[in-house]
Ligand binder design. Sequence first.
Ligand SMILES: Cc1cc2nc3c(=O)[nH]c(=O)nc-3n(C[C@H](O)[C@H](O)[C@H](O)COP(=O)(O)O)c2cc1C
Length: 145
Amino acid sequence: MYRIIYKSRSVKPLDWDIVKSIMSESEKRNEACGVTGVLLASRTHFLQTLEGKFEDVNAVFRRIARDDRHEELNLIGFSVVDARLFGGWGMRGIGAFDFNLNIEAELKHKYGEEEGGIRFPLEEWQALAMINDIKMIRELPDWKK
Ligand SMILES: Cc1cc2nc3c(=O)[nH]c(=O)nc-3n(C[C@H](O)[C@H](O)[C@H](O)COP(=O)(O)O)c2cc1C
């Protein structure tokens, strides 16, 4: 089992409709090859994890890397892992612009700011910590603005 993590910049400002449409076009393909993970979006950047078999995460990543809806793609991590961290999620899209103001302030304090939003880290351990924080926050009843 392998995990790829990358960060990229969107060519246009992100909103939930864009994230939703990427998710809906990816769903069947990811399901067919058993690739799961999370796609995090701020107003300006994406941070995505892809978990699955070596050939499958590579094939999905190759397609994503060619996509002209984003640029400045940085590979943050490519590791062998014992198990999926985000297996129960399918491929979950999350808008980091959707959090309530207190939570947004906490995350900015912890991970820094980037162009007015929460900074997506380039360090693998920080990226994983942030996704875990966000996973927990999403389970709270009042995470939305
Ligand atoms: C930020 C971002 C994340 C994406 N994530 C996935 C994904 O997890 N799975 C997937 O099949 N396509 C994903 N896509 C879409 C692919 O880039 C690509 O458009 C799609 O797989 C069709 O590829 P094809 O035209 O080469 O067949 C993503 C696109 C972007 C911009």
